[in-house]
Design a protein around this ligand. Structure first.
Ligand SMILES: N[C@@H](CCC(=O)N[C@@H](CS)C(=O)NCC(=O)O)C(=O)O
Length: 208
C-alpha cells in the first residue's frame, strides 16, 4: 500500500499517526508532480491528500475513510476502544477535530488579508473557540482524549490543536489555548506517544 501525503498537511497527519502507531508497512510519498499536477489528479481526481492506494490499485481518499479502513484491516493495536459509548466519544472527538478545528485553521490560513479581518475570519474563529470549549468539557482521559490508550480521536486532535496558535496568531493577540486548561494539558500529554510526537515534528519541520 502507498499513502500520498505531505508532512505539512493537517488532514494527512492523522493518517500517518495511525500508520506509525500500528507500525504498518505502508510507503508514504508526496503526490507525484505536486498536489495540483495532472499526474496526481489521474491518481486521485479529488485532488486532495491524503489518498491511500491499496495493493489492488483501489484509491481511497478522505482521511476519515482511510483511518476507518486501516482500523478494520489492521485491528491491532486497536485505535478504537471496546464499548459502544467510548467508541461514540472517539468518533465525536474526531469530528470536532476535523470540522471545528482543522477545517477552520486551514480556511483561516487561506483568507487573503489578516490585517483586515472580515466576517469570514470571525466565523472561523468562533467555530474554533466553540470547538475548544467543547473539548474542555469532554476530554476525559488522563493522557489521551478517551481512556488510557491512543485512539483515533488523538490521531485527529493532536495535529488539529498543534495548528491553532499559528493559525489564529495573525488574527488575535492572546493565548487562546491557555483559556482551556484541560486542552492545554492534553496537548502536552498526548505528544508523549511516540507516533504523535513523530508526526508533530514532521509538521513542525515542514512549516518553517
Ligand atoms: N476532507 C479531506 C480534506 C483533504 C484536504 O483538503 N487536503 C488538503 C491538503 S491539507 C488538500 O489536498 N488540498 C487540495 C488543494 O489545496 O488543492 C480529507 O479529510 O482528506
Amino acid at each position: 500500500m502507498r499513502l500520498y501525503s505531505e508532512n505539512y498537511s493537517p488532514f494527512s497527519a492523522p493518517v500517518r499517526i495511525a500508520i506509525y502507531a500500528k507500525a504498518l508497512d505502508i510507503e508514504i510519498v508526496a503526490p507525484p508532480g505536486g498536489l495540483r499536477s495532472a499526474q496526481y489528479h489521474t491518481i486521485n481526481p479529488l485532488g486532495t491528500i491524503p489518498c491511500l492506494m491499496l495493493d489492488d490499485g483501489t484509491r481511497l481518499p478522505e482521511s476519515s475513510a482511510i483511518m476507518e479502513y486501516l482500523e478494520e484491516k489492521f485491528p491491532q493495536p486497536a485505535l478504537l476502544p471496546m464499548s459502544p459509548e467510548a467508541r461514540a466519544q472517539v468518533r465525536l472527538l474526531q469530528r470536532i477535530g476535523e470540522l471545528h478545528i482543522t477545517t477552520q485553521t486551514v480556511e483561516l490560513a487561506r483568507l487573503p488579508d489578516a490585517d483586515a479581518p472580515d466576517e469570514r475570519a470571525a466565523d472561523r474563529l468562533t467555530k474554533i473557540v466553540r470547538g475548544l470549549a467543547t473539548l474542555q468539557h469532554i476530554l476525559s482521559g488522563d493522557e489521551f482524549a478517551v481512556g488510557s490508550q491512543l485512539t483515533l480521536a488523538d490521531c485527529q486532535l493532536a495535529p488539529a490543536l498543534f495548528r491553532v496558535p499559528r493559525a489564529i496568531g495573525a488574527f488575535m493577540d492572546r493565548d487562546l489555548i491557555g483559556a482551556y486548561p484541560r486542552v492545554a494539558r492534553y496537548i502536552e500529554t498526548s505528544r508523549r506517544h511516540q507516533a504523535v510526537a513523530r508526526v508533530l515534528e514532521e509538521m513542525s519541520a515542514a512549516l518553517v
